[in-house]
Write a protein that binds this ligand. Structure first.
Ligand code: BJ8
Length: 426
């Protein structure tokens, strides 16, 4: 690491030794999992570069933005509308929550039976290893699952700039009204933070920019319908993960470039796995960087992942925001309509999610579904049982995996995944 980066991290209050350890682990995992894949699209080189600079150049860019007067807003959930953040002249970044860190310290503040994602977000703060968190002028927490809700009370004692957004738990007229009230309140908070009022022009432009980013991801998803699959699930997941960190316009261009390449591959019948490789849909909890454990196991057990029903995947990106509004109020309504359709398991009841899983199975010609639940995640683990039952009634094989971020269960999961793929083949 260059001295320049090292002093940047120290200035941000990161612990240089702990940070080096984290980057070492991240780099090794990336090398073992990503760089060892065969026949990757050349366009993935961009994402390899982004990952190698995720704590380097990207942080430098964000610091430059801050120097120029722009604010950075960090978020843990896809319910935080990037459209509003951009329209208020701020940049939205996803906050790290995909690896175990400083667990001893974390378990002094959170019960052991808290999901790995929440523990990870605390570990990155307590271990002083996340530049995105330290750079953020506002950190948005949201009242989604009970674990997050209560954890934010503790996080509030560790950071100065936590903003908590209330969210509905039921899809009803009252639920939608709450979302609208909360998005209006968030818009005011973002405006106050940046000193920039959201205007019809700025909101229109930000809706267009975020829609373009999502449309590029839709294009990528759609190309994964081909057999042989032109891109691995691991690489597609990486693009979905980088969605939360990168400059929006550059991200859109980079994904579209990969899509052009994949289109050619499909015309030439070139794939990353042979034709008729069993096709798997992953469904469940979000997989944040560097949580690549399950996709790595699946794609090294003779199957290919063709879609992610997840917030780091299609649940997070599938709907666009209507661009036709003319006033701020009309566009705010369109934003509420768009986010209100996100079918997170925190909603009760949540029939849309099961419908979406079934739609995805058909669209991506998946041979089976692997439901990914993080240990102690009540909403997704509870939903996994009716999901499995409903899929099996339709003769769609389903395997429920419950795990955390440790590597201790890799062998056991691999055995179960291999048996599942054999069952599909049979
Ligand atoms: S919209 S999925 S990003 S809340 S894994 S912390 S649910 S106990 S992450 Fe999520 Fe927003 Fe919903 Fe998506 Fe709780 Fe479960 Fe942990 Fe979770």
């Amino acid at each position: 690491m260059s001295e320049d980066y090292r002093s940047m991290w120290t200035d941000l209050g990161l612990d240089p030794e702990a940070h080096d350890t984290l980057l070492g682990v991240l780099g090794k995992a990336y090398g073992d999992i990503y760089l060892s894949q065969k026949d990757r699209p050349a366009g993935m080189g961009y994402f390899d570069f982004v990952m190698s600079e995720v704590h380097g150049l990207r942080i430098r860019e964000l610091l430059n933005e801050k120097e120029a007067g722009r604010k950075i807003i960090g978020s843990y959930c896809v319910f935080v509308p990037e459209e509003i953040v951009l329209a208020a002249n701020a940049t939205l970044v996803g906050l790290c929550s995909g690896a175990d860190f400083a667990m001893e310290e974390v378990e002094k503040l959170l019960p052991r039976n808290t999901c790995a994602l929440i523990k990870s977000s605390f570990g990155f703060k307590l271990g002083k290893v996340c530049p995105y968190l330290e750079i953020s002028d506002m950190i948005v927490g949201e009242n989604t699952c009970d674990g997050k809700k209560k954890a934010y009370e503790s996080l509030n004692r560790m950071v100065k700039n936590l903003y908590v957004m209330d969210l509905p738990q039921v899809k009803s007229p009252q639920g939608r009204a709450l979302l609208k009230t909360e998005y209006d309140r968030f818009r005011s908070a973002a405006e106050k933070l940046t000193g920039f009022p959201v205007t019809a022009e700025s909101l229109k432009e930000s809706i267009r920019m975020v829609n373009a980013k999502r449309a590029a991801v839709h294009r990528l998803s759609s190309l994964r319908k081909a057999d042989p699959a032109p891109i691995s699930g691991l690489d597609a997941l990486l693009a979905n993960q980088v969605f939360f960190y990168d400059n929006p316009t550059r991200f859109t261009e980079s994904v579209n470039k990969i899509c052009d390449e994949l289109k050619k591959r499909i015309e030439e019948k070139k794939g990353v796995f042979p034709e008729k490789t069993p096709r798997i849909l992953l469904s469940g909890c979000p997989q944040a960087v560097p949580n690549w454990k399950l996709p790595f196991i699946v794609e090294n057990s003779g199957a290919v992942i063709v879609g992610e029903e997840s917030c780091v995947g299609e649940r997070g990106t599938r709907n666009l925001t209507d661009e036709s509004g003319k006033t701020v109020e009309e566009m705010m309504e369109a934003i509420v309509d768009r986010y209100y359709r996100v079918d997170c398991a925190i909603f009760t009841p949540n029939p849309e999610r099961l419908e979406h899983i079934q739609e995805m199975v058909a669209a991506y010609k998946a041979d089976g579904v692997i439901h990914y639940g993080l240990q102690f995640c009540q909403p997704y683990l509870m939903e996994s049982m009716p999901v499995e039952k409903a899929l099996e009634e339709k003769n769609i094989p389903c395997l429920r995996i419950e795990t955390d971020y440790s590597m201790e269960d890799v062998g056991q999961i691999k055995t179960r995944v291999e048996a599942f793929i054999e069952q599909i083949r049979g």
